[in-house]
Design a protein around this ligand. Sequence first.
Ligand code: GLV
Ligand code: GLV
Length: 320
Amino acid sequence: SKPIVYITRCLPEDVVEPYRKHFQIDMWEYEDRPVDRNTLREKAAQADGLLTVLTEQVDDELLEQCKNLKIVANMAVGFDNIDVDAASKRNISVTNTPDVLTETTADLTFALMMATARRLVEASSYVKEGKWQNWSPLLLAGTDIHHKKIGIVGMGRIGEAVARRASGFSMDILYHNRSRKKEAEDELGATYRSLEALLEEADYVVCLTPHTPETEKMFDAEAFARMKKDAIFINASRGMTVDEDALIQALKTGEIAAAGLDVFAEEPIDADHPLLQMDNVVCLPHIGSATKETRYKMMELALENIKLVLSGSEPKTPVE
Ligand code: GLV
Ligand code: GLV
């Protein structure tokens, strides 16, 4: 009989169909909510392969139930929802979806930075709400992007793709990363800085670092205090890299000017969260990789990884 694959989201049938000849595929069927923990536990316990998204916690307790499981294919580049050590010790492969989403996520990151700097969301509401009565010299005046300093924290694939965009806007490019990236320095003219120096110098601080125990709440009160008073903070990685209370405080007291956030410590964020009440905050519902083209590529890559592992081969994109 065919190996069993459980998919924790409702994926389009045209993507899944070609894999039905290889696997017995079972899918969570509700589009409006994530799989509940009990269903996930039951399904995972039977499965040879599991396709997850970032809302599923794949931890030791879950993996303990899985007697046949050989692969967890996460449909995301980040994998902080998966206990990779707990999987490794059971010889379960873990894969993610890097590369296919790099340029798409860099587009969104840059768009969010521009939207925040030029107050696009406020401006759009202003027109739609019928408030536009007049042209005036400082109406909805924002901040320049071109020729400013961008400080990229986390110079991975997406960080480099954002740096290429910044270079087209004649920005000065600073970066901080665990390791120096000589190629990025040569190709993009990016300059390495310690985190402290980057925070002090950058006009735009852009967080693209993965969430790990080392990066958890790295943007705290001290980090915001180091930033310029007119700095704009952008987060397109994971909300857990930020101490949100400290961010709210920094925005309220004018320690920084504005923030553009695609990610939050808790998702979905509560509608009455203080961050959503501030005019100088642009908020998006974690849509970094959300284009039709890229989401299809992510689904296909995750399914391909499952097919490779269940046929005894190496996956294309094991987590690093
Ligand atoms: C999205 O946040 C991802 O990690 O792909
Ligand atoms: C504004 O539209 C201008 O022409 O300066």
